[in-house]
Each structure stands twice: as C-alpha cells, then as structure tokens.
Design a protein around this ligand. Structure first.
Ligand code: G1P
Length: 294
C-alpha cells in the first residue's frame, strides 16, 4: 500500500495544562516555554514546514492565546524595530507568521486525552493523511524528523510513528511498541500499549511525539473509548489500525529532548545553546565551570 495523497496537514495538540512546569505555566502556555530564544511550539511548526506541511492545525484550550499571538503580526513591536533599524530582530519577529489561512485553531473543550485532542481536528483534516507533532518532544536533527517519516510513508505506505529506545525504568511513561521485522531504522509495529505498568512492557521501544497517520485513525477515535489514565488515548486508536494498514516505527536520525520534564528541558537548553554559533563558547565555559564546582 502506498499513500495516494500528499501529507499537507499537521495537528499540534497544544491544549494541555502543563502542570509539570508550574508555576511557570500558570499564566503562560507550556508550549511557549523558550529553548534559548524560540518557544517549543515554533520549533515544532518549523520542523513540519521544513517537511512541506502547508496547513497547521492547533488544538488549543482556554488560556492559550499567547500561541495565537506568537504566530500573528505584532504591529507595535514591528513598527518599533523598523524605526530603530533593527532588521535582524524584525525578521525574527516575522519568522513565525505564516500566510493567512495556513494556521487554523480548534478548541478542545475538555482535557480528555491526546486521542480526544487529535479527534477534535477531524473536520479540519478531512479524508487526508495527517502529521501530528507534540511540541514537548523537541527534536534536534539535520533533516526534519517529520520529513524523515514522510520518506518512510512514501516507501512503505500506511502509518509511521517516531520510535526510540528508552530505559527500562521509563517505559511506563510512554506508548510502547511490540516490534516485528526490522529493516535498518524501520521496524514493523505488531502492537502498541500506552504506558504499561512497570515490569510489563513488551519492549523498550517507545513512541515519541511524531506521527504520520492515515485518515482512518479518525474512525478509530470516533469510538471515544477511554484507556490508560481514564483518557482517550491516541495509542489505543493506532493499535486498532495495525493489521488493517501498514504500520511502522522509525528510529529517526536526531536527538530528542523531553521538554515536558524539567531535566529534559535543561538538557535541551544546553544542547541548543551549544549548537548556536553566537552562544556555544559562552555555554561551553558555563558548563565547564559548573562541572569543576561539582
Ligand atoms: C504521549 C503519548 C505517548 C507517547 C508520548 C511521547 O504521552 O500518549 O504514547 O509515548 O506522548 O512523548 P504524554 O507524554 O503526553 O503523557
């Protein structure tokens, strides 16, 4: 099976409360937390756009207005920067703004789970395959992770999820893959389980927050069945597609940072800081002196 339709749309579930980052996220969406000088959500959108995604669908909630503002014009700021001749900053401010209509917003009224958030976008996606990106999972890579996954969809057809080995003691935090045949970085997915209890995980291969799924996922989500944690899980809906359509995991080329976790966030800040020409020397000397004082 190969997909006949181009993947043009991406869903960004951004309705979560961000309780793990309180009090920072009391009045600010967690997706607006910056890594160096760019909010998490902008990294995710940039990754999707680099893969050729044309339409971004944000599934938001109350208190998430800052995300909409970030992807919009900010006339006062633009005028001020223009008047001061600060061209570089002006282009940074304009970078997230996409052509009118390229970003749409839909609200998830209740926090019923990731599967429910994705289902909220069904009418905007229609009968097309779709990418899904969780901004908490920040991926540092040469070629965009979603672009790498689209190559696999082209090759194998069906559905592709990002996969990564995690430590035994962390499997209960993830959707976990029961792996089948392996072809290089591509693994057939035999089944999926969301957040298995410790000691019961079928493998160490975890689902990372990048998905390219066929539109039939919405038929599965229509069932609105609750799973792990009493939430409607995307993993459960995907599990029901296995056997009906090709389903593969990709061990993508890149580094993933769990920015929903404080340590992962600090690690991401260091890695992205070290990767910046204007900051790497400074970050290096901070890390060195911190290391010496341990
Ligand atoms: C979600 C998914 C889970 C996946 C994880 C990746 O969990 O439900 O299957 O492994 O993202 O980050 P969450 O982290 O939202 O609890």
């Amino acid at each position: 099976m190969t997909t006949s339709k181009k993947v043009r749309k991406a869903i960004f579930p951004v309705g979560g409360l961000g309780t793990r980052f309180l009090p920072a996220t009391k009045a600010m969406p967690k997706e607006m937390l910056p890594v160096v000088d760019k909010p998490l959500i902008q990294y995710a959108v940039d990754e999707a756009v680099a893969a050729g995604i044309e339409q971004c669908i944000f599934v938001t909630g109350r208190g998430k207005g800052a995300i909409e503002d970030h992807f919009d014009y900010s006339y006062e700021l633009q005028d001020t920067l223009e008047a001061k001749g600060k061209k570089d900053l002006l282009s940074e401010v304009l970078a997230p703004v996409r052509t009118p209509g390229a970003i749409t917003y839909v609200r998830q009224q209740e926090p019923l789970g990731l599967g429910h958030a994705v289902w909220c976008a069904r009418n905007l996606v229609g009968d097309e395959p779709v990418a899904i990106l969780l901004a908490d999972d920040l991926i540092k890579s040469g070629r965009s992770c979603i672009a790498q996954m689209l190559d696999v969809v082209e090759q194998e057809g069906g559905n592709v999820i990002a996969a990564m080995e995690v430590q035994d003691e962390h499997t209960h935090r993830y959707g976990i893959i029961s792996p089948g045949q392996k072809k290089g970085a591509i693994t057939e997915v035999n089944s999926l389980v969301e957040k298995p209890a410790q000691g019961t995980s079928p493998s160490n291969l975890a689902v990372i927050g990048r998905y390219v799924l066929q539109p039939e996922i919405f038929d599965e989500l229509d069932r609105q069945e609750k799973g792990a944690g009493g939430e409607i899980q995307l993993t459960d809906a995907m599990a029901r597609l296995i056997g009906k359509q090709p389903f593969h995991g990709l061990a993508f080329d890149g580094e993933r940072f769990d920015c929903g976790d404080k340590l992962g966030y600090i690690e991401a800040t260091l890695a992205f800081g070290l990767g910046r020409d204007d900051l790497s020397d400074g970050v290096r000397s901070i890390v060195k002196s911190a290391y010496q004082s341990l």
